[in-house]
Structure formats: C-alpha cells, structure tokens
Write a protein that binds this ligand. Sequence first.
Ligand SMILES: NCc1cccc(NC(=O)c2cccc3[nH]c(C(N)=O)cc23)c1
Length: 232
Amino acid sequence: ILGGRKADPHVMPYMASLQLDGQHVCGGFLIAEQWVLSAAHCTEETDGKIFQVLLGAHSLTKPEPHKRLYRVRAQIPHPGSNIHNNKDDLLLLQLEEKAELNEHVQVLPFQREDRDVAADTVCKVAGWGTTSHSGHRPDELHSLERPVISRDVCNHRTRHDHTITEKMMCTDSRKKDTCKGDSGGPLVCNGVAEGVVTAGSRVCGNYKKPAIYTRIAPYVAWIDSVMASAAG
Ligand SMILES: NCc1cccc(NC(=O)c2cccc3[nH]c(C(N)=O)cc23)c1
C-alpha cells in the first residue's frame, strides 16, 4: 500500500496473508470459516508450492493473540485465469480446517448483487504490500481509502485503454495506491467486499494507471459452487 497508513490493529479481522516459507506473498480475505478468496496471479512464480494462510495478524512477525497459520487443503484458481491478462483473476483457498473465529478472525461478506459501485464511492483497501517505490515491505498491515472511478474514465485511451471489462472496477491511483504484495486483498465499500486487488499493469502510484480490482458479484455462482462441491 503506497501512501496509506498503518491500520489500527485487528479492525480488519478478515484479512489474510498468503505465505510461502514464512514470507508474505499476497493478500486474501476470509469469505467463510474454511475459505479464503485471493487472486490467481498470486500463484505465479510459486513453482506449484501450496500457500499457508496467516489469519488474525496485524504484525507479520510479532507474537499476537489469535494469530494463527493455517495449512491449505486446496488452491482453486478460476478456470478463466491466465498469465497473459487480468481476466478472472480469482483464487479460492480451502483451509485444512475451519478457522477459529474470534474478535481478530472474522468472515467478510461479499457483494452478491451484480451492480457497479457508483463512481466517487470511497472504499477501503488493505495489505502488507510494499509501502514505497523502493519496495519497502512493512511488518504491519496498512490500509488506504480510495474513491472508485468510472469504468469509462478507467478505460480511457490514456489510462487502461479499453481493457477494463464489466467484471472489473477501478480506483484512483494518484500517489495513494495498491502495490506489489497487495494483490488478492479485498476492496471494501460500505462494509462489503466488492473487489479483489489485481496487479494489472503492476505499476503503483501513477494516476495514469488506476488500480484494478476483479469485481466479486459476477463470480458468485463460481464461488458458491466451489465451496459447495468441496464441503464436508
Ligand atoms: N497499483 C496496482 C497494483 C496492485 C497490486 C500489485 C501491483 N504491482 C505488482 O504486483 C508488482 C509491481 C512491481 C513489480 C512486480 N513484480 C511482480 C511479480 N509478480 O513478479 C509483481 C509486481 C500493482
């Protein structure tokens, strides 16, 4: 997160850190007791390794009550996701067991109605992604409030040039933006997860490249079917 602030500890108890060998790789969030939603691009360069999911954390390294690392039983990328574009950039992770819910570990509801969030709506995004252009990786969760920008503005030739589909949304990226390691985290508008951070052009903090999110509502049927099929 560039230009954000250190989050108040545990005010986003749905946040997950997807880790490999104890290293934060991507964000994610708890959508059910045994399920985390993240971005399919997070599995690139992981050489087929399975993530571990840290829940209940504010600091990545310090001991904290209710902080717990969960093993992952299954990692399911959306079938339409691929390395060449940002389409269908979603990843479902089934935890080895149901997460123990408490004041620091909570499920975040996601939007089920497929209607665009109005432009200028201020939404919140959080993550342990880099906090500077030099690539500083924070130990503590950072958060940022950003206004949604319309798909027409985001698709302008000088911005993302008609690559933003109706299954994506954008927020202003002038100085304050998502960055490397924030992918997979939720964009929360009015207390509901509307989008999932995608790396898109991988650029951070440049107003000409607004932040891109995969909208969740268009994927409700896929999410529900995966969770139902693996249940029990
Ligand atoms: N503001 C939009 C936004 C949102 C989330 C992430 C990113 N930027 C990256 O993720 C990124 C940046 C630079 C080098 C990188 N190398 C890799 C990689 N997978 O090797 C990713 C990156 C940008």
